[in-house]
Design a protein around this ligand. Structure first.
Ligand SMILES: Cc1cc2nc3c(=O)[nH]c(=O)nc-3n(C[C@H](O)[C@H](O)[C@H](O)COP(=O)(O)OP(=O)(O)OC[C@H]3O[C@@H](n4cnc5c(N)ncnc54)[C@H](O)[C@@H]3O)c2cc1C
Length: 340
């Protein structure tokens, strides 16, 4: 504890060192930073978040570790810039960083040169371009998403409890819809159920029993990438706990109070909701899409050649060690268990 409170002096790595820019302060960037010998590079970290968000706890609470806590304990100093990288120029080897935070100074944009660049910016929410999703649904990726969901959830409950509220409107307000039967959607639906039965039932005994949760999934079952056993367990546990699962159901549109869904027979239905949580997976960020578009063809070809040369060298090394390329075993991911 003493060492954590009293970090040692951090020398600057020196002007002769190459500049390594790391975009992001998430899982990828943080694990790189922890193992990196910062005395070998002039390291600059750029991220709109000045903390590491522990996503597995996001559905139940919000926790963040300031990134400076990690960088301050590195041997050599690391620069941290709170800002969003909006453009990567692969030719001039520079990045453009914008300060998009609430409080801005006179300078809000900077261009930073790099020798090496690590792009660890994660992904953004996938909406499949379905009309109304971006405007009306809540996502669950960032701290502010969790706060927004919490605010809307409690507002739905208080509005349902408002004097003289009509029965139809109470039913709509207390219908919580989660779209996406992957791990995030399943975990959130379960978390919501526990909150309603364990907490809400005490504070709002007249309301809690009227809350309905529906999980909507386009595929034939939830948790499609998990084992059959886990899928069956999840579906039967949800049934026991009266969490309604609509599989083979696609959301076609969303407005402020309804979602329109299409079932396996092509029949469309309008479902009223109070809270809509959207968890249908990820897509690449704009800065990454722009980078891919900006990479000159020649560079893409060179990357392909470079990758081929890496594999060739690898094969040669293995052969020199007496291992035939055909003996090389494919990489197998070992799962050490899930946190949530
Ligand atoms: C609710 C929830 C629960 C989860 N639970 C689990 C779990 O239990 N187990 C598990 O293994 N995985 C879990 N995951 C998935 C896990 O969080 C992701 O796989 C992981 O975060 C991906 O790491 P990353 O470093 O690629 O991106 P991220 O962790 O998303 O980090 C991206 C970083 O880049 C920054 N950034 C974004 N745009 C820019 C930009 N333009 N310029 C600079 N910086 C930028 C962001 O602010 C962030 O710091 C969960 C995810 C969610 C949403």
């Amino acid at each position: 504890i003493y060492n954590e409170q009293h970090p040692f002096e951090q020398p600057s790595p020196g002007d002769d060192k190459k500049t390594l820019v790391i975009l992001g302060t998430g899982w990828g960037a943080t694990s790189l930073l922890k193992s990196l010998k910062t005395e070998n590079y002039n390291v600059i970290v750029v991220s709109p978040k000045n903390y590491f968000l522990f996503t597995p706890l996001l559905p139940s609470c919000t926790v963040g570790t300031p990134i400076r806590y990690i960088t301050r304990h590195k041997k050599a100093a690391v620069q941290v810039l709170e800002g969003e990288c909006t453009y990567i120029d692969p030719v001039s080897r520079t990045i453009t960083v914008e300060d998009n935070s609430e409080i801005r100074g006179n300078v809000t944009s900077a261009t930073i040169p790099f020798d090496y660049l690590v792009v660890a910016v994660g992904a953004e929410n996938q909406t499949f371009g379905i009309p109304g999703v971006a405007e009306h649904a809540c996502f669950l990726k960032e701290i502010w998403d969790a706060k927004k969901i919490r605010g809307r959830l409690m507002d739905c409950i208080e509005t349902a409890a408002f004097a003289g509220q009509t029965e139809d409107e109470i039913q709509r307000l207390l219908h919580m819809v989660v779209v996406g039967g992957g791990p995030t959607g399943v975990e959130y639906a379960a978390e919501l159920h526990d909150f309603i039965t364990e907490d809400l039932a005490v504070w709002y005994p007249d309301i809690a029993g009227k809350v309905k949760i529906t999980l909507v999934e386009a595929l034939p079952n939830v948790l499609p990438s998990f084992s059959k056993q886990l899928i069956e367990y999840t579906e039967s546990t949800f049934k026991e706990n009266k969490i309604n699962i609509l599989t083979k159901t696609k959301v076609k549109g969303v407005d402020q109070k309804h979602i329109v869904v299409e079932d396996a027979n092509g029949q469309t239905t309008e479902i009223p909701y109070g809270l809509l949580v959207w968890a249908t997976g990820n897509t690449s960020r704009a800065v990454v899409r722009k980078l891919m578009a900006a990479l000159p063809n020649e560079q893409k070809q060179r990357q392909g050649k470079y990758l081929a040369s890496v594999f060739n060298k690898l094969a040669k090394n293995e052969e020199q060690k007496g291992v035939k390329v055909t003996d090389l075993k494919p990489f197998h991911y070992s799962h050490y268990g899930s946190l949530a």
